[in-house]
Design a binder for this molecule. Structure first.
Ligand code: C2E
Ligand code: MG
Ligand code: MG
Length: 503
């Protein structure tokens, strides 16, 4: 449309209008992006009124159309169609060349996003990402560039303000990451369903943490992975992290094969009645002897198994193996003592856990009253009622329960009276320095009194010498376990050691 300049009222053209003295003519052709939004105008100006011919106008229209098409194509190439954030392609090409400035990569991943997709469908998952993208963009503004790297992964490229030192800047970036955590965790309402979403964030700094962009991105991703695994929410990349992560990935891959290849075994550690000195039972502790990497400790692979869900088949293997060993123990003439085994909270939460445990015990022909399940406090943290229900049902099958690593989890003791447990197992951190530390002595005594009041048993683990043994015996602790009596050993060793002596 051609407009006489004197009639055209866009403020942006005010100065031009003044220069032209109010005469002349103007045309503007709107330019659209892929979302059909006007993002600019192709303009023509002339000092004479009605200067443009129809032919010129036609040409300008075609040019405008062509420009819009180019913008749309560009947009599709560099923008994510779902969120309208920049896409991976853009981020990679942006980061491709070395920069003169210092900047941070803030890498975000939505926690348990798969669960949202699986429970509510992909459409809902998409909506969640859109909402999160909006919140990020609103907070970020022109401070940085937000990109969607694919799936539920988002990246923010954030340049350092010239006035800040690197340390000050890092502090700023961490605060910004905290802000993102807060604004994203506000409930998201979609189709009358309210969802709570959280993200984990990894941060890497250019050029401090890598000079090439592929490594810088990988480092931010690794930091994010660590934040997720440790539940810390935000982690800044550190150089020593690479090695441990590679090992975790190795463990994850190798563990999948290890069960089929019979690389796991159980070792047993004896437990004694501290007052009478009699054998009370054994704790089964899993061992992994990898043909290439040697012994890998449960402290290292159990958390990986829990995170990947492998704990469910692995834990079932442990129950089955303990039952089979227990049957053998009795067949060989062993006393009816307790066989304790560790159950992870991830296992308990798995589907039909109680039924599967019952089936395993039944199939093995082992006596359930000789089994004791050691459970850590963490199981009661999220949903106490459900955990209590499951453990009550387990106990109905006749087995015993112990609260493992007692004292390291919950801060409040009041919950204990509600738990269907038979025994408290004092964590070895309280036993380590029991002879020297007045604080540990007070705590352990309180735990013994508490268990007596509640009418449940109490076990001290990690007893390493005679003095510790004496101290605990005199304090009235019921059962002791530790290297002082016996290190964990293979099943055949406990048989040859205890069946002869005890019978
Ligand atoms: P936990 O259940 O508290 O097991 C006791 C740990 O203390 C064992 O470590 C044992 O070897 C160690 N220990 C025993 N006596 C002493 C002592 O006198 N001094 C010292 N310093 N340590 C002692 P381990 O075998 O490395 O197991 C570590 C943890 O891994 C266990 O802690 C348990 O939480 C987990 N775990 C072991 N086996 C299994 C399993 O089959 N399933 C599950 N879910 N977790 C397991
Ligand atoms: Mg244990
Ligand atoms: Mg323990």
């Amino acid at each position: 449309m051609i407009t006489k300049l004197s009639e055209f009222n866009a403020p942006a053209f005010e100065s031009i209008k003044q220069k032209l003295g109010g005469e002349g003519c103007f045309f503007g052709i709107a330019l659209y992006d892929q979302h059909n939004r006007i993002i600019g105008t192709l303009c023509g100006l002339d000092t004479k009124p009605y200067a443009f011919t129809e032919h010129q106008m036609g040409l300008a229209m075609s040019l405008g159309h062509l420009l819009s098409q180019t913008i749309i194509m560009e947009g599709l190439l560099i923008k994510d169609t779902l969120t309208n954030l920049y896409n991976r392609h853009f981020a990679s090409s942006y980061l491709e060349y070395e920069k003169n400035e210092i900047f941070a990569l803030i890498y975000m991943d939505i926690d348990r996003f798969k669960l949202i997709n699986d429970s509510y469908g992909h459409h809902m998952g998409d909506q969640v990402i859109v909402k999160i993208a909006e919140r990020i963009e609103r907070r970020l503004g022109p401070e940085g560039i937000a990109c969607r790297m694919g799936g539920d992964e988002l990246l923010i490229i954030h340049p350092k303000a010239a006035s800040l030192s690197v340390n000050e800047y890092l502090y700023e970036v961490e605060r910004l990451a905290e802000e993102f955590i807060t604004i994203i965790s506000e409930p998201i309402l979609i189709q009358e369903i309210e969802l709570s979403v959280s993200v984990s964030i990894g941060i890497s700094l250019y050029p401090l943490h890598a000079k090439d962009m592929i490594t810088l991105l990988k480092n931010a991703d690794m930091a994010m992975y660590k934040a997720k695994r440790n539940g810390t929410k935000i982690e800044v990349y550190d150089r020593h992290q690479g090695k441990t992560l590679a090992r975790q990935l190795m463990i994850e891959n190798e563990m999948r094969k290890a069960l089929e290849r019979n690389q796991f075994t159980l070792h047993y550690q004896s437990q004694y009645d501290l007052q009478t000195g009699k054998l009370k039972g054994f704790e089964a502790l899993i061992r992994w002897d990898h043909p290439l990497y040697g012994w890998i400790s449960p402290g290292e692979f159990i958390p990986v198994a829990e995170e990947t869900g492998l704990i469910v088949p692995l834990g079932e293997w442990v129950i089955k193996q303990v039952c089979e060993d227990g049957v053998k123990w009795l067949e060989r003439g062993g006393q009816p003592v307790h066989f304790s085994l560790n159950i992870s909270s991830e296992q308990i939460k798995s589907k039909r856990f109680v039924e599967r445990v019952q089936a395993i015990i039944k199939k093995s022909g082992f006596e359930p009253s000789m089994l004791k399940f050691e459970i850590t406090e963490s199981i009661f943290m999220n949903n106490m009622d459900i955990a209590v229900q499951i453990i009550t049902r387990l106990k109905e099958t006749g087995l015993w329960t112990a609260l493992d690593d007692f004292g390291t989890g919950y801060s409040s003791l009041s919950y204990i009276k509600h738990l269907p447990i038979d025994c408290l197992k004092i964590d070895r951190v309280f036993i380590n320095e029991i002879l020297e530390s007045k604080g540990d002595q007070a705590i352990v005594k309180a735990m013994i009194t508490l268990s007596n009041e509640l009418g449940v048993g109490v076990v001290a683990e990690g007893i390493e010498n005679e003095q510790q043994h004496e101290y605990l015996r005199e304090s009235g602790c019921h059962i002791g376990q530790g290297f002082y009596y016996q290190r964990p050993v293979p099943f055949d060793t406990i048989c040859s050691k205890y069946i002869q002596i005890e019978t």
